[in-house]
Design a binder for this molecule. Structure first.
Ligand code: ADP
Ligand code: RBF
Ligand code: MG
Length: 382
């Protein structure tokens, strides 16, 4: 990113949280809870997500059993849910930026610990599906290996002890509030990466709040910077999304002079929840018209305070008219910046035009240009 920030503090080690920080556990947890609650004739509505993030499994079970007034004990609930969870651990995805961060820290020999509220056996199982992770952590410490889980500082203090590094020289990276609280109570520096939307204001205790691991600047903590940014863009493992163009608020062209061809959010809520808010770019194919450069935002558009996470692709081409109902396919190849709020419409518009220039230029680089031929954009049966 262009804005150079001042060094915050030099740290000697990094302690990472697992669920919600490195892996997208919420995806499977929601599915498992939904299936289990159905057996009790209850409907999981996702509202507990806020309450259970960062909690130990026993605490999670207590909350669910109470909230849904289940006719079973917390222990019985844990016994029932445990095998269902194990079955799904292989389906948990690494969050964007997690592999990149772990590789960067181990390449630079930064002592690295994993500190999770989850029990040891869960942690071992979960990370066994993530290639190269186990070997990268010199310390792994789980919730059942300390007296009290987060928000107690115990787990972080124990991690520092085993790393042989003073707590004050450790940097904790955490998505949850209990984790941030625990890290600060341990006297450590804490970067929060909230996994639950629109809650950043609750993270005042953190030393820095970022919107995803893609935005971490290790150099602020005396760690070598990432060197994979290219002309203001970060190459990503590509991903695809597509569907018919639907009507939105009509705000893009009317208010901003920037039309965005919205896709229906139905059917891709999982994809949206695993990709952080922010500005991305890539290639777009309109079934009848061709392939175009594209820059888009994913998120809640804080400037307009939307209640739904949407995907807003701006095709970098002048069209004669609307193309509602047409099939649109996107290949996302890179990342530009986190979603931001702006004090004026003019500054939002100026920023989006800057994003456009960055994307337009980058997409001519062979690294990104090659995806114009991605098979997903071909084929006639759109
Ligand atoms: P909505 O809120 O319905 O998405 P917008 O004002 O954002 O309305 O306009 C988006 C619509 O404009 C698209 O659905 C598409 O039909 C049309 N459109 C025309 N040119 C473009 C473009 N270059 N990129 C995206 N959409 C475009
Ligand atoms: N909205 C925001 O509130 N903050 C942003 O940082 C932001 N960045 C955007 C970047 C691009 C490339 C595009 C196309 C849109 C962006 N918008 C952002 C979303 C814009 O507010 C949205 O397209 C309108 O709300 C239209 O519905
Ligand atoms: Mg739009």
């Amino acid at each position: 990113m262009s804005t150079a920030k001042a060094l915050k503090k030099v740290v000697a080690a990094v302690i990472l949280d697992l669920d919600g920080t490195l892996i997208h556990t919420d995806g499977i947890l929601g599915d498992v809870l939904k299936a289990l609650l159905l057996k009790y004739g209850k409907q999981w509505d996702g509202r507990e997500a806020q309450k259970i993030v960062g909690k130990t499994p026993l605490e999670e079970a207590t909350i669910v059993v109470e909230d849904y007034e289940l006719p079973c004990s917390t222990d019985e609930f844990v016994t029932q849910i445990t095998p269902l969870l194990y079955d799904q651990f292989c389906n948990i995805k690494a969050l964007p930026g997690a592999n990149r961060l772990i590789k960067h820290l181990s390449d630079h020999n930064v002592p690295l610990a994993l500190a999770s509220n989850s029990p040891r056996a869960y942690v071992e199982s979960k990370i066994s599906y993530q290639q190269g992770w186990k070997e990268s952590f010199s310390v792994i410490i789980a919730g059942d290996e300390v007296r009290a889980g987060k928000p107690s500082p115990d787990i972080f203090l124990e991690a520092a002890k085993r790393l042989g590094i003073e707590p004050s020289r450790c940097l904790v990276i955490e998505d949850s509030l209990p984790g941030v609280t625990g890290g600060k109570a341990a006297g450590m520096e804490v970067v929060a990466v909230p996994s639950i939307p629109k809650q950043t204001h609750l993270y005042i205790a953190a030393d820095e709040v970022i919107s995803s691991l893609l935005d971490l600047q290790p150099e602020l903590w005396g760690i070598p910077p990432f060197d994979d940014w290219i002309d203001g863009t970060l190459p990503l493992e590509t991903w695809h999304i597509g569907g018919p163009v639907v009507k939105g608020f009509g705000r893009g062209s009317k208010v901003l002079g920037i039309p965005t061809a919205n896709l229906s959010t139905k059917g891709y809520s999982a994809l949206l929840s695993e990709h952080p808010s922010g500005v991305y770019f890539g290639w777009a194919r309109l079934s009848t018209q061709g392939v175009y450069k594209m820059v888009m935002s994913i998120g809640w558009n804080p400037y307009f305070n939307n209640t739904e996470k949407t995907i807003e692709p701006w095709l970098l081409h002048e069209f004669d008219g609307d193309f509602y109902g047409e099939e649109l396919r996107l290949v996302i190849v890179g990342y530009i910046r986190p979603e931001a709020n702006f004090t004026s419409l003019e500054s939002l518009i100026a920023k989006i035009h800057e994003d456009r220039r960055i994307a337009e230029r980058a997409l001519d680089i062979p690294l990104y240009l090659k995806y114009k031929d991605d098979p997903y954009l071909k084929g006639s049966s759109l």
